[in-house]
Ligand binder design. Sequence first.
Ligand SMILES: NC(=O)c1ccc[n+]([C@@H]2O[C@H](COP(=O)([O-])OP(=O)(O)OC[C@H]3O[C@@H](n4cnc5c(N)ncnc54)[C@H](O)[C@@H]3O)[C@@H](O)[C@H]2O)c1
Length: 430
Amino acid sequence: MKICVIGQGYIGLPTAMLFAKNGCDVVGVDVNDEVVNNLNDGKIHIEEKGMNEILKEIINNNYKASLTPEQADVFIITVPTPAKMEDLSCDLSYVHAACLSIIPVLEKRNTVIVESTIAPMSMDNFIKPIFEEANFKIGEDLFLAHCPERVLPGKIIYELINNDRIVGGITPKCTQKAVEVYKIFVKGEIAKTEAKTAEMSKCMENTFRDVNIALANELTKICQKINVNALDVIELANKHPRVNIHSPGPGVGGHCLAIDPYFIYALAPEQAKIIKLARDTNNSMPEFVVDNLKNIIKNENIKENNIKENNIKIAILGIAYKGNTDDIRESPALKIIKLLENDGYDLSIYDPHIENENIKNSYCLKDNLEEAIENANIALILSDHNEFKNLDYDLMENLMENPVIFDTKNIVKNDPNNKVKIINFGNLSR
Ligand SMILES: NC(=O)c1ccc[n+]([C@@H]2O[C@H](COP(=O)([O-])OP(=O)(O)OC[C@H]3O[C@@H](n4cnc5c(N)ncnc54)[C@H](O)[C@@H]3O)[C@@H](O)[C@H]2O)c1
């Protein structure tokens, strides 16, 4: 089977690789020539476990990257779907461009699958008409389906193979055709449904996570006000067999949780009240972090009355929204950095997972932890990278001006020797 995957990012590239690894002839298409050139040179532009090894196996064999689509049996679209600035609805312009790009090479009996996360009814009202205008009869001579992706960055290869999938076709025959494609490497259950149900299921999965994180964040704010340890509350409440309060944090990032709930909200704003409130709560967390950071600076006597903000050095540890990845899309760390810069603080930023030179330069990232924490008045943890879980407290005591850590991801343990003071969402008000 020949498969053309449109978009070679976090979803499209590993998907293309797994089809190639399982014997398909695969063309990975991307509009970014740097991405295409790098892939054809055997270089991967995203950090994800296991991908380098697979690329080595398939490149110059049955996988190649290309700027343009080619004739194939199956086309899989994995391009971005951001929220529109004006009304937060799903921006289908990339999907539209991707659909138009395959029409010149599309043939009767082909299957087209949209994996990009799209708002409910997008397949019926927007994507199907694009192919009908090109004279295809959906369900008869072209098979069109939505198969949303639900992988966890950092575990993408494992989850692509093992997660259950939802396949929603425009017609039952479209669904069946798409199911046959995924059977090539998916070991999880492949559930069949119609397109609009698949679309809504995906949007609701991310909304569920966003709303539950918002609840944990709201709990943190309440506990700070009434002086209760939020982390203890979560641990104890979760001993109830049917309760699972999520972890609070500095906000919600990434291309999914921070965006997809808006697709539902934009369709039914009067009904989607909890969904919008959860988004607002999670969006408010960077300010909450900055306000508390300022309190800590004051309470720990880091800022004497006559010291200006630009004399206070804050070591920011991590800018990726997700631990052990290099993904900074919608990362709350970026908003926190902006707020602190606006207030004139001296920032020293370190993220061991970021290798992209453009990102390194725009945030003046330090090369190592030592450089970042040297003479710092406080360290602010914003990513749950493994590198930050067992920090060397002797080193921090020696290098930092004030050995204080504000850990918004609740990953570091208390220093048994009390050389470094640890503040997290559990002891904010003390
Ligand atoms: N990243 C995730 O964890 C995740 C999980 C589930 C679903 N999704 C969804 O999958 C979709 C893709 O997300 P991603 O994270 O892979 O995005 P990404 O930005 O990593 O990759 C998208 C790629 O598509 C390319 N592209 C854009 N327009 C194109 C076109 N017309 N033709 C060819 N290539 C084009 C871009 O250059 C980019 O390399 C989105 O809808 C996203 O919401 C992502």
